[in-house]
Design a protein around this ligand. Structure first.
Ligand code: BEZ
Ligand code: FE
Length: 292
């Protein structure tokens, strides 16, 4: 190892320390990471003060994380990294439904629900009726697919953002199973556009860049079925003011759909004659076959 280091030569010296890594992929990732980190540092001539600010920032990102608050996921989202990783491996253009980012509000342990049930929990708001169908790439229904769905309330808040109001109960999320025709359907409350959380360190980046924190109105889905690739996706409201400027770059054209507004007195998709206005949304999800 060299003790005659320069700002140019240190990169190779550090990279050589990874040479004995047994896992080739780990080695590649570390070597290339050091290359890009060092190049970045030389390019911007990072000062010691700035680097300490970065480390303090990362420390605060870590300390903001809880089981229901994932600031590192949010950091990856606002920097476009979550979507970049997804786009590299799911560029779209095939027969399968486009995927997009998971976001920080998926939680394990969500309740299972029967088709047709109301998944809104203790949350009030104008009703939303969702009707979906899961198909294979040939257009045949996928029966028995597991469909996770979750969304915000009419003020743009997820259940985990209002634990006091909901007494820690989960709401507006469920795991459903498709029927023989590949269909799943449920009732909930209408979501709304919302800001990503800005009360933590990621908010500092958005404010420093004068960037909007808003995400357009959407509903999330995570689908699993035997023999198919899992699909993480969401459907986004077409006439939403933020559809073209999502803070986390998660909207893809094919995922933009109509959230249809209906007046009181109209019949809901489940046959109920409604005495209040409601939204109806439909979605078809095509799963890619798992390669053997
Ligand atoms: C979401 O859609 O739930 C979300 C995604 C990224 C950052 C914040 C929220
Ligand atoms: Fe969301």
């Amino acid at each position: 190892m060299s003790i005659d280091l320069t700002a140019a030569s240190i990169t190779e010296v550090v990279q050589k320390t990874f040479e004995d890594a047994e896992d080739e992929r780990v080695k590649e990732l570390l070597v290339r990471l050091v290359q890009h980190l060092h190049d970045f540092t030389r390019e911007v001539r990072l000062t010691g003060e700035e680097w300490f600010k970065v480390m303090d920032f990362l420390e605060r990102v870590g300390k903001t994380c809880t089981p229901t608050r994932q600031e590192f996921v949010l950091l990856s989202d606002i920097l476009g990294l979550s979507v970049l990783v997804d786009l590299i491996h799911h560029p779209g253009g095939g027969s399968a439904t486009d995927s997009t980012l998971l976001g920080p509000f998926y939680v394990e342990g969500r309740p299972t629900a029967k088709n047709g049930s109301d998944i809104s929990g203790e949350v009030d708001g104008p009703p939303l009726f969702f009707n979906g169908q899961v198909l294979d790439p040939d257009g045949n229904p996928v029966a028995g697919a597991k469909v996770d769905t979750w969304h915000s309330d009419g003020e743009g808040l997820y259940d985990v953002q209002m634990p006091d109001k909901l007494h820690g109960q989960l709401a507006m999320r469920a795991l459903l199973t498709t029927d023989d025709e590949g269909r799943f359907w449920y009732r909930s409350v209408a979501p709304r556009y919302y800001p990503v959380p800005t009360d933590g360190p990621c908010g500092e980046i958005l404010r420093a860049a004068n960037r909007s924190p808003m995400r357009p109105e959407h509903v999330h889905f995570w689908l699993h079925a035997e023999g198919f690739e899992p699909l993480i996706t969401m459907l986004v409201r077409r006439d939403d003011p933020y559809v073209e400027r999502d803070a986390v770059f998660g909207v893809r054209r094919s995922l933009v759909v109509d959230f249809v507004e209906h007046d009181a007195g109209e019949t809901a998709p489940d046959g109920t004659c409604m005495d209040e206005s409601f939204q109806a949304v439909e979605g078809t999800f095509v799963l890619a076959r798992k390669e053997r």
